[in-house]
Design a protein around this ligand. Structure first.
Ligand code: AMP
Ligand code: ZN
Ligand code: FE
Ligand code: FE
Length: 304
């Protein structure tokens, strides 16, 4: 069972009273997994903040793919609003040839080493996207790089390519584009992630943060946790994303039990991407607010 330090809990409660009003921490509404236009979300950071306020959230973590570019605009937009923005990042890392997602929290946003590596990852995303376009051209579904680059303002991802495929008439909708062209196993699929899992975890830890494995039990591609978790833990993983839009009740229960048994802190969020993923609503996953008492969150809340 993960036990937060009593000092950490006391500091957190004091912080909550001071900064978030008299509301006890256990009444807070929390979403620790969201995307903005800095990666493949469709809301600008400031619009994410507005949506979070509209949804009645108290704490939101911005966790764009491989970039921190959305964090400071969101933080600035939230000043004086009562909403707390926590810096986060969702890293793609390679594990046995497949891409895994890892969520980092509590790191120093001004770490120059982290910044440099993330810039390299964004450039790698661009190269990968261009390579995917070549594969697409080779199978009769050409789209222009200019259009993809215009759809993605920050870190380029497959959702931008999917939208360009729909616009060009090669796919009916985004889901069809993933199914027939760029999803795992489809002919123009290439994994993202140039780092292996140990490098990705080390990068966040060296910047003072901690890492959770993201959405481990997606219905389409559940991970074999008996194999993956020991490897990741040996590499420094300390948390597990338990609550997620695509985890059903059984998956959530299983992950929560695993986290408790293995002494991992747990986290959760919607994985909100904006209107382009219309079924996923900001704040709609009920994440127990005690999440903030564990792992990297108490100090992240106090220091950010
Ligand atoms: P990338 O990091 O470029 O590989 O893109 C990963 C993102 O693509 C995920 O975070 C999802 O937002 C999105 N995605 C993955 N699979 C699908 C799918 N089958 N349909 C729609 N979006 C997807
Ligand atoms: Zn995404
Ligand atoms: Fe993800
Ligand atoms: Fe995500």
């Amino acid at each position: 069972m993960y036990t937060p330090s009593s000092q950490g809990q006391k500091e957190l409660r004091e912080y909550m009273r001071r900064e978030l009003g008299e509301r006890p921490p256990h009444g807070l509404r929390v979403d620790l997994h969201t995307h903005t236009t800095a990666s493949d979300g469709s809301l600008e950071p400031r619009d994410l903040v507005r949506a979070a306020l509209d949804a009645g959230l108290d704490v939101v973590a911005v966790t764009d793919h491989d970039t921190l570019a959305g964090v400071s605009p969101a933080t600035e937009a939230a000043v004086g609003s009562g909403l707390r923005v926590l810096p986060g990042v969702e890293l793609s890392a390679l594990y046995e040839g497949h891409s895994l997602h890892l969520l980092g929290y509590g790191f120093d946003v001004s770490s120059s080493q982290l910044g440099t590596r993330l810039r390299g990852l964004s450039m790698g995303r661009e190269e990968r996207a261009r390579a995917i376009l070549e594969l697409l051209a080779g199978i009769g579904a050409p789209i222009s790089w200019e259009r993809v680059a215009a759809l993605g303002q920050g870190a380029i991802g497959r959702p931008h390519i999917a939208r360009a495929l729909v616009e060009a008439g090669h796919a009916r909708d985004v889901a069809d584009a993933f199914d027939r062209f760029i999803g795992e196993g489809a002919p123009a699929y290439l994994p993202s992630g140039r780092m292996n899992v140990a490098e990705a975890i080390g990068l966040v830890r060296e910047a003072g943060g901690e890492v959770a494995l993201a959405h481990a039990l997606l219905p389409d591609r559940p991970l074999d946790l008996d194999v993956v978790l020991p490897t990741l833990r040996a590499a420094g993983l300390t948390g597990l994303e338990v609550y997620h839009s695509e985890h059903d009740a059984a998956a959530t229960r299983r992950l929560r039990r695993l986290a408790d048994e293995q002494g991992l802190w747990w986290s959760g969020g919607s994985d909100f991407h904006g209107p382009t993923k219309p079924d996923v609503h900001l704040g709609a996953v009920p994440v127990p607010p005690t999440v903030l008492e564990q792992g990297p969150f108490p100090s992240a809340l106090i220091s950010s």
